[in-house]
Structure formats: structure tokens, C-alpha cells
Design a binder for this molecule. Structure first.
Ligand SMILES: [Fe+2]
Length: 206
């Protein structure tokens, strides 16, 4: 049924990602920004269901893409983060030995190189967008990509997505996007990332 999307709960408390992402950012980002995408997606889907002409349906395409992408991307982003191991709060930021680490080393040489390449590429996004680590569906290798606005990642299967809209960092990091990008690796949920990686490669690399 159209127009039935709901805001998913966060899998941790609003302050659980501190000091790397503040409680204030998490609350606003989840309760206000993500909720707005959900509401607007539902409204656009309801309008689409009622639309009777191609012109009416075409007029709704950008709202569906923007808010649908916003809902998909943020739903993925919350699961993609975890309280930091460096703060003794969880397993965030900890990449253990296993198939994901092996694939990262194959594609980027070292874990540090992945972070460096990801941050450089993602910092270069003009305007608002997302940075991604994903699996190329043909080669099954990991690649870095970016998308603009709220466009979902369609060329690769997403493994890690990082929101680089100003609303994701400005209240804590002001205009210094690179500090946010350096910090976020402390709260990346690599267990979730490895699950997505294994789904994407279909067990072929096990
Ligand atoms: Fe966001």
C-alpha cells in the first residue's frame, strides 16, 4: 500500500555515538529530518495513487525520488553506525578479521587507505550528498562512490553510506567537513557492513 512508511527507531540511544556525533545532532537528524522525508514520501505516494493523468504522475517524480531516497538512505545510515569501541560503548569503528576486511585490503591496500580515499572523495561532493562504499555487482569488488542530494546508490550495492549533508555535522563540526569524516570512522558498524557485503557477493567469496 502506498503512503505507509514510518520512521524506524534508532538501534541505540541518541547520545550513544558521543563524542563523535552529538546527541543534539542525532535527535534533530532522526526526529526532524528523517521524519520529514517519511512524511513527504507518504504524501507523494498518496498523491500519486490518486493522480489520473501522466502529467500529474510526472509532476510527482522529483518528490518521490527526493523523499524516497531520503528515507532509504537514512534508514541505512542509522544501522550503519554503532557506539564506539574506543569509548568502551560498543563495537563501532572496529573492523575484525574476516571477509569484509579481506575485501577492503584487496580493493584499497589497507584499511587506512580506504578511509583516506573515502574521505577525499566524499569531501569533494559539491553541495549536499552521500559518500558510499559499495560492491560492484559485476566485479564483486568494493568501490567508493558518491551521490547527490538524496539520490540512493543504484550503481553499487551499498555496504557503508555516510550522510554529508550539513545537517549531519554542522552543529558539532561547523564547516569542517573533514573533521566529521575523520570522526565518523569511530562509529561505523562494520558488523552490519560485513553482513551487507556478504549479501552482495552472495557468499561467492566465503
Ligand atoms: Fe541526513
Amino acid at each position: 500500500m502506498s503512503g505507509q512508511h514510518t520512521l524506524p527507531d534508532l538501534p541505540y540511544a541518541y547520545d550513544a555515538l558521543e563524542p563523535f556525533i552529538s546527541r543534539q545532532i542525532m535527535e534533530l537528524h532522526h526526529k526532524k529530518h528523517h521524519q520529514t522525508y517519511v512524511n513527504a514520501l507518504n504524501a507523494a505516494e498518496q498523491a500519486y495513487a490518486k493522480a489520473s493523468t501522466p502529467k500529474e504522475r510526472i509532476a510527482l517524480q522529483s518528490a518521490l525520488k527526493f523523499n524516497g531516497g531520503g528515507h532509504i538512505n537514512h534508514s541505512l545510515f542509522w544501522k550503519n553506525l554503532a557506539p564506539a569501541k574506543s569509548e568502551n560503548k560498543g563495537n563501532g569503528g572496529s573492523l575484525h578479521e574476516g571477509p569484509l576486511k579481506k575485501a577492503i585490503v584487496e580493493a584499497f591496500g589497507t584499511f587506512d587507505n580506504l578511509k583516506k580515499e573515502f574521505n577525499t572523495t566524499t569531501a569533494g561532493i559539491q553541495g549536499s550528498g552521500w559518500g558510499w562504499l559499495g560492491v560492484n555487482p559485476q566485479s564483486k569488488r568494493l568501490e567508493i562512490a558518491t551521490t547527490s542530494n538524496q539520490d540512493p546508490l543504484l550503481t553499487l550495492t551499498p555496504v557503508i553510506g555516510v550522510d554529508v549533508w550539513e545537517h549531519a555535522f554542522y552543529l558539532q563540526y561547523l564547516n569542517v567537513k573533514v573533521d566529521y569524516l575523520n570522526a565518523i570512522w569511530n562509529v561505523i558498524n562494520f558488523e552490519e557492513a560485513e553482513k551487507r557485503y556478504l549479501d552482495a557477493v552472495g557468499g561467492a567469496k566465503l
